[in-house]
Design a binder for this molecule. Structure first.
Ligand SMILES: Cc1ncc(COP(=O)(O)O)c(C=O)c1O
Length: 400
């Protein structure tokens, strides 16, 4: 069948190919250690599930308003005000089917063909693809590993052109696991503030997963010029272990939110009715914050352990994770070597050989702008972390 021209803009996901191979091996009975998952290994807290079950029993099974029920809008506005110091009113809030759909709708609603979107690398795989689908031009600002992958104000200033429409910032970050300090973010915010044509998409979905005592700040609070020029993205996926529920939300200027609502009203209409009371419960019941913190403490221990073990491997260099649940080691010291006749030339061939020979699934960094790195998720048990890193060590020894 003839496909739409726009499908040529979207790249095939390399990550999905590696995941498919790992899934096939597992199905064939192979004991694969999976470091690929981008989701918490914890279950959704029971009180949140109970709220959804109660909503079903109450018959909350019909259409809802497009942004969502007023109770959820209010709960999100209250969360932004209480936790982030963002004075959004309910009219400044909308929801979407996960953080991913929120970002996509925002690109569609706010950028024109040819508009440039600045994306620091390494980046989450979907950003450039969504920008292209919306007719925009992704402009990648290459991260410097020696600077912990952190974009500097100077780099940002140099990347801004008269065509720049959006600056996208994601801290804590997928896939690098880095997180900016409030001062570092303030430096970037002050640069954006000088350029009135630039708006900000701040992807804050990993805000709760910060380590080493780092304090989270929302980008829009960092310069008075930015509140009216920033869209703040968040979701329940990672904080409350609710990836499958598809609950994302946006805070932003009313005209932008109205445009996104107009778009959504012609697309999916709204997020699922009976998950909305559960989304309210997660944000308002004190058990929500408690369960997030319990998860965070575990992730911090696992991240530290994975990072220490990775750093002890020969030819592996890893920036210490400060947030989210990812280590992003540089494995390029092993490129040019071979195993069983297969040559390792980049992160894809490294990941494929590691999976085939020693049954460890990692995500090659190619889709994130780094073909020298692989991403390992530590959203898995300490036992699995040790088993997987032992295997990676054995794999590296076999490379010649
Ligand atoms: C940085 C980042 N933004 C957005 C998303 C999308 O989140 P959701 O699962 O809520 O769509 C992800 C998911 O992995 C992510 O890592």
């Amino acid at each position: 069948m003839q496909l739409a021209e726009r499908m040529k803009l979207v790249s095939e996901s390399i990550t999905l190919k590696v995941s498919a191979k790992a899934a096939a091996l597992k199905k064939a009975g192979v004991d694969v250690v999976g470091f690929g998952a981008g989701e918490p290994d914890f279950d959704t807290p029971a009180f949140i599930k109970d709220a959804a079950k109660a909503a079903l029993d109450k018959g909350i099974t019909k259409y809802t308003p497009t942004p969502c029920f007023p109770e959820l809008k209010q709960a999100i506005a209250d969360k932004f005000s209480r936790e982030n110091g963002l004075a959004y009113k309910p009219e400044n809030i909308t929801t979407g089917a996960g953080g991913k759909a929120c970002l996509y709708m925002a690109f569609m609603a706010l950028i024109n063909p040819g508009d440039e979107v600045l994306i620091p690398s390494p980046y989450w795989v979907s950003y450039p693809e969504q920008v292209k689908l919306a007719g925009g031009v992704p402009v990648i600002i290459a991260g410097d590993e020696a600077k912990g992958f952190k974009l500097t104000p100077d780099q940002l200033e140099k990347a801004i052109t008269p065509r720049t429409r959006v600056f996208l910032i994601n801290s804590p970050s997928n896939p690098s696991g880095i997180a900016y300090t409030p001062d570092e973010l303030k430096g970037l915010a002050d640069v954006v503030a000088k350029h009135p044509q630039v708006i900000v998409f701040s992807d804050e979905i990993y805000e709760k997963l910060l380590y080493g005592g780092l304090k989270f700040v929302s980008f829009a609070t960092l310069n008075p010029a930015l509140m009216d020029r920033t869209l703040t993205f968040n979701c329940h996926s990672k904080s409350f272990a609710m990836t499958g529920w598809r609950i994302g939300y946006i805070g932003g200027p009313k005209d932008a939110i109205d445009a996104i609502n107009k778009l959504q009203s012609q697309m999916t209409s709204h997020i699922t009715s009976f998950v909305q009371p559960a989304a309210v419960a997660a944000l308002t019941d004190p058990r929500g914050a408690q369960s997030v913190e319990q998860m965070r403490v575990q992730f911090e221990q696992r991240g530290q352990h994975m990072w220490e073990r990775l750093s002890a491997l020969p030819g592996v260099h890893c920036v210490r994770p400060q947030g989210a649940f990812y280590c992003f080691p540089n494995v390029s010291a092993h490129f040019g070597k071979s195993i069983n006749g297969a040559k390792i030339t980049d992160a894809i061939s490294f990941s494929s050989a590691l999976l085939e020979c020693d049954h460890v699934a990692v995500v090659p960094g190619n889709d994130s702008g780094f073909d020298t790195h692989v991403r390992l998720s530590f959203a898995t048990s300490m036992e699995q972390i040790d088993k997987g890193i032992d295997r990676i060590g054995a794999f590296l020894k076999k490379l010649v």
